[in-house]
Design a protein around this ligand. Structure first.
Ligand SMILES: Cc1ncc(COP(=O)(O)O)c(C=O)c1O
Length: 390
């Protein structure tokens, strides 16, 4: 008779096969057993292998290497969310007395970190318009340690003066951190353009299916990378193996998805411009884009994000959302399907109406994260919804 306790405790050898799986296995083990104390010692000395999954695991390593490849980076780190990647940058690179200059158009939670959290740790912060290099320069201080920007702003689709900002960071000896979530490695190459550190919300376009929450960070300087890795491990910013596996699978189609979504976005932007009741449309491919003279910094046609403003305020906005019922109204971006967001009631709701108006984010303002659907059907859906709303 089988001894039940014995059989549960036993760890049979992993079944071997000469033929190998074609997909990456998922390794959910939190701990790794070592052959003896000397072997464990050796692992710690060499920093090789795995011991405890907060410190690293194979699924995170594989995913990091794939994103490294896209970003021309080495030794990048996967974290549990985009925000934890930004947390690792701040925790790993800053100390009390430093100053961080950020773009006024950073992602809302990054702005919150700058406004509320960094000051609690004795780090000074200020914000400036990244499309205005004179304003950025005027905000630099003698203790400016870091400049953090996004290339294309959310939801206003402005293109930062990345050439000016990289030159400024270099001149004053500040680390340049680029959040490349919106642009992705397909639309902008931070390391080729003077950045020291790249961060991503992998949750968005890279993973691409709204089913995994992850971040990525890479630095050119291995010492900085080590500091950020130590911060991430110590503060517990680590990712789950399953999410890494999902993201790796999503990443297989990233370039195809991105290119198709970008082509669709170009067509959607043009089509929306022709709709009665649409006051303005923002996409870098449009000749009337306010930063059209800066599109040369982007590789490709300007990405998959399109913003537009409807006539008729909140009432028209609600009517549009209801009429466009095939397009999920959800505060995210980068999904394989097109999603619609209304910044005044989501990402920018904490701002006063006056502050929103100053950014051009009215009650009729929408941001589309264009997906890979048939562009003709998508345009038809949008045209019908605009006609129903205004
Ligand atoms: C540009 C940008 N950076 C960072 C983040 C944060 O990423 P996550 O939601 O994965 O923490 C987001 C989220 O929307 C984002 O849009």
């Amino acid at each position: 008779m089988t001894d039940k306790k014995q059989s549960i405790a036993r760890r049979p050898a992993w079944p071997q096969s000469t033929s190998k799986p074609v997909t990456t296995p998922i390794q959910p083990s939190v701990v790794y057993a070592s052959p003896d104390a000397d072997a464990l010692d050796q692992q710690y000395v060499e920093g090789s292998g795995y011991t405890y999954s907060r410190e690293g695991h194979p699924n995170a390593t594989v995913l990091a290497q794939k994103i490294d490849h896209l970003e021309c980076a080495t030794g990048g780190l996967i974290t549990g969310s985009g925000m934890s990647a930004i947390g690792a940058v701040f925790m790993g690179c800053l100390q009390s007395g430093d100053h961080v200059l950020g773009s006024t158009q950073l992602y809302g939670r990054t702005l919150r970190l700058m406004a509320e959290d960094l000051p609690r740790f004795g780090v000074e912060t200020s914000l400036a318009d990244p499309t205005d290099i004179a304003a950025m320069r005027a905000s630099v201080q003698p203790n400016t340690k870091m400049i953090i920007v996004e290339v294309i702003s959310n939801p206003t689709i402005r293109i930062a003066d990345m050439e000016g900002i990289a030159a400024l960071a270099n001149q004053v000896g500040a680390l340049l951190v680029v959040d490349n979530t919106f642009t992705t490695p397909r639309g902008y190459s931070p390391f080729d353009n003077g950045a020291d550190i790249i961060v991503h919300s992998v949750t968005k376009l890279l993973a691409g299916h709204s089913d995994a929450m992850l971040g990525y960070v890479a630095a050119k300087d291995p010492d900085l990378m080590e500091k950020m890795t130590i911060a991430a491990v110590t503060w517990g910013l680590s990712p789950s193996p399953f999410d890494c596996w999902l993201a790796e699978r999503g990443l297989q189609s990233f370039e195809l998805r991105y290119d198709r979504a970008e082509q669709n976005a170009v067509r959607v932007a043009k089509a929306l411009q022709g709709c009665d009741g649409v006051i303005r449309v923002l996409h870098p491919s449009l000749p009337d884009h306010p930063d059209h003279n800066r599109t040369h910094i982007l590789t490709g046609a300007g990405g998959n994000m399109v913003s537009f403003e409807l006539n008729g305020g909140r009432m028209a906005a609600n009517a549009f959302i209801r009429a466009a019922d095939q397009i999920p109204f959800a505060p995210t971006l980068g999904d394989i399907s097109t999603t619609l967001s209304h910044p005044a009631s989501s990402s920018h709701r904490a701002l006063t109406p006056e502050a929103r108006a100053a950014m051009g984010v009215s009650e009729g303002f929408f941001r589309l994260s264009v997906g890979v659907e048939d562009a003709d059907l998508l345009i038809e859906e949008l045209r019908t919804a605009v006609a129903a709303a205004v």
